[in-house]
Ligand binder design. Structure first.
Ligand code: ADP
Ligand code: MG
Length: 329
């Protein structure tokens, strides 16, 4: 740990706020926390590597936002309230300018959710950002992947395929991730890639309504596949029900838009299962939160994922998955 790295930690520390349940925050050998009685801790970690999870030229503020967003999305998918976490930074150089811009995006999202940074690690190396995030969920109320039942509906929040479409445009040299796009549709897609919205309030509202949930990070088919596998059921997805944004539909053919929605990934929407009897309550949740919820299929006996008429279901994908293939042109 060099003097330059201490200066960076000081800048981060200056931006992090306290909370009554933080006994000791950044600055000692370890943080001390007082979890809520009657709650479980939900713990998750996600790393973003430059050139693998985001285009290398991505602006530091956007990297900061997304580094935390992908982790809060995992807490949302568990039905947990975000609480605290750590940040492990690997930086090619000790740039205070870079850190300040990164912190702008990171703490904008942290503060919006009352999530507090309580420690971390700062090293020199290829650009890589890793968060370990803790959330709290009342005993027995976590949303797991293994609770889906035969006959449950499958729902998804928001729209799918937007971020993957933006990545696809960037790969073809048709989108600059570092500047506001002139075209409103392109700008919408760009924001969906750079500034995903973790569905925290929705995750909390689904307690008692959903039987299983997952956040869509690797592509809908892959992620609903996790629920199917863990619940020992088959997921049937109806491609003509997929929620596609107007911007996505205006940007590409319907077939390509559906492929992007099914296999693209980086959506950070919630996909969940619920008994049909809960559908009117789910519509009320959607209304109350201003978050669209769409029923896209159902769970049946069997195994795997079924998506009739879509070649993608048989393993053909238009869009290279960012996590599997790396974000490269
Ligand atoms: P140690 O050598 O005891 O691990 P460090 O010198 O690495 O301590 O870090 C000093 C303090 O700064 C610790 O409290 C640590 O959690 C915190 N810290 C280091 N890097 C970060 C970071 N990137 N974000 C937040 N806190 C950090
Ligand atoms: Mg350390």
């Amino acid at each position: 740990m060099s003097f330059a790295e201490f200066a960076l930690i000081d800048r981060i520390r200056a931006r992090s706020k306290g909370r009554d349940d933080i006994v000791l925050g950044i600055g000692d050998d370890a943080a001390l926390l007082q979890p809520l009685a009657g709650h479980w801790l939900a713990v998750t970690a996600d790393t973003l590597n430059s050139g693998v999870h985001f285009p290398p030229e991505t602006m530091p503020a956007d990297i900061g936002w997304k580094t935390l967003a992908v982790n809060l999305s995992d807490l949302a998918a568990m039905g947990a309230t975000p609480a605290w976490g750590t940040l492990a930074l690997s930086l090619p150089e000790a740039s205070e300018e870079w850190i300040d811009a990164f912190a702008d995006g990171f703490f904008a999202l942290a503060d919006a959710h009352g999530w507090r940074l309580i420690g971390g690690d700062t090293t020199r190396g290829p650009l890589s950002l890793s968060v370990t995030a803790f959330g709290q969920v009342p005993h027995g109320q976590a949303l797991r992947r293994d609770g889906a039942q035969v006959g449950d509906d499958i729902w998804v929040s928001g729209t799918l395929g937007d971020a993957a479409a933006a990545l696809h445009l960037w790969q073809r040299g048709e989108l600059d991730v570092t500047a506001v796009a002139q075209d409103a549709d392109r700008e919408f897609l760009r924001q969906r890639l750079l500034r995903p919205t973790p569905r925290v309030a929705l995750g909390l509202a689904l307690s008692g309504l959903a039987t299983a949930a997952v956040d869509v990070s690797d592509g809908l088919l892959a992620d609903i596949g996790h629920i199917a596998a863990r619940s020992s059921l088959r997921a049937c997805v109806e491609p003509d029900r997929l929620p596609l944004s107007p911007a996505l539909q205006r940007t590409m053919t319907l077939e390509r838009a559906r492929s992007s929605a099914l296999a693209g990934g980086d959506d950070y929407e919630l996909c969940f299962c619920a008994p049909a009897a809960n559908s009117s309550r789910l519509h009320a949740v959607a209304e109350q939160l201003g978050t669209p919820l769409t029923r896209i299929g159902g769970m049946v006996d069997g195994a795997g994922v079924d998506c009739p008429g879509m070649p993608v279901a048989q393993g053909y994908v238009h869009f290279s998955n960012a996590h599997a293939q790396g974000v490269q042109r």
